[in-house]
Design a protein around this ligand. Sequence first.
Ligand SMILES: *Cc1c(COP(=O)(O)O)cnc(C)c1O
Length: 363
Amino acid sequence: MKYNRTFNFSAGPAMMPEPVLEEIRDEVLNYRGSGMSVMEMSHRSKVYQQIIDEAEADLRDLMGIPDNYKVLFIQGGATMQFAAVPWNLMKNGKAVYVETGAWSKKAIEEARKYGEVIVAASSKDKNYSYIPDCSNLDIPDDADYVYICENETIHGTTWSKLPDTKGKILVSDQSSMFLSKPCNVSDYGLIYAGVQKNVGPAGMVVVIIREDLIREDLDPKMPIYMRYDTHSKNGSMYNTPNTWAIYCCGKVFKYLKSIGGLEAMHKRNIEKAQVIYDFLDSSKMFKGTVEKESRSLMNIPFVTGDADLDAEVVAATKAAGYDNLKGHKSVGGLRASVYNAMPKEGAEALVDFLKKFEAEHSK
Ligand SMILES: *Cc1c(COP(=O)(O)O)cnc(C)c1O
């Protein structure tokens, strides 16, 4: 690969598109004649205002975000949203959560500190290897929202069909699938995504929220930074935002538009993941851990069934220049994260390597 870069299969922070990194490199010392780097720039300057405005406009365009939704750029990662969602959206103090893995579990734990959480469906019985049927959830009339993690990064599951929320608003953690495929924003009340998985550098979350859900009658003890109205009223600049992450993400939004938008990205992601799934389905040594209908296009966990052999494969891949393939300890084995910026050649190279490993080790 150019620049001697590795195929990095990290679950996040993860690869970014090379043309974007090149542009950033070219602008890092002097941004377009401003005489300074974006890193050194006042967030209140005219030149920076244009960067953030363009980033928002491009994201709106890319996702087709309706006018009655606000786009917020907030720090604190996706983790702060585990708390911000219940504090901002629980009016009746009650919400329905679907438990599909480690990240929804964390969200549930945070929400329980604030209100009543009803876990209406769970896939815990099979170590979160599938998405439960959510076509007829038991949803109380006074529930404030229904919450899902739309792609469970650790377990490698994704929703192919959204739950029937029976008229309640849907809240989705899209951190590890954000911008990987077209998204009908009006199906949701709130979408959030930490950007370091599928978009840009760490340290920022994008929140897309329907305007009427932004409240002012909130618990007065609530930290001001956690309130959506704070960010909404101040154009994501109540305090100093993550200026660098916004700048880099803005470039990724433009890049995605240039390659044909989310439809085109989705097509590439399907083709790329298929290379790995086809191999796993034909291999005698390796097998995927997720039920077929729930397989993620972004995170692909797989095992040999033998922990020592798994460790041997991980070490061999690393030695061969494929990085970060060790699976999360709760699943074991290996995990290939193939986000938007992983080229198909990366998936092909990995499969070639695994095929060779299998052939050599099954003699
Ligand atoms: C990584 C991840 C998080 C946590 O993100 P941070 O930005 O590290 O707080 C939350 N949800 C999902 C689905 C993730 O993949």
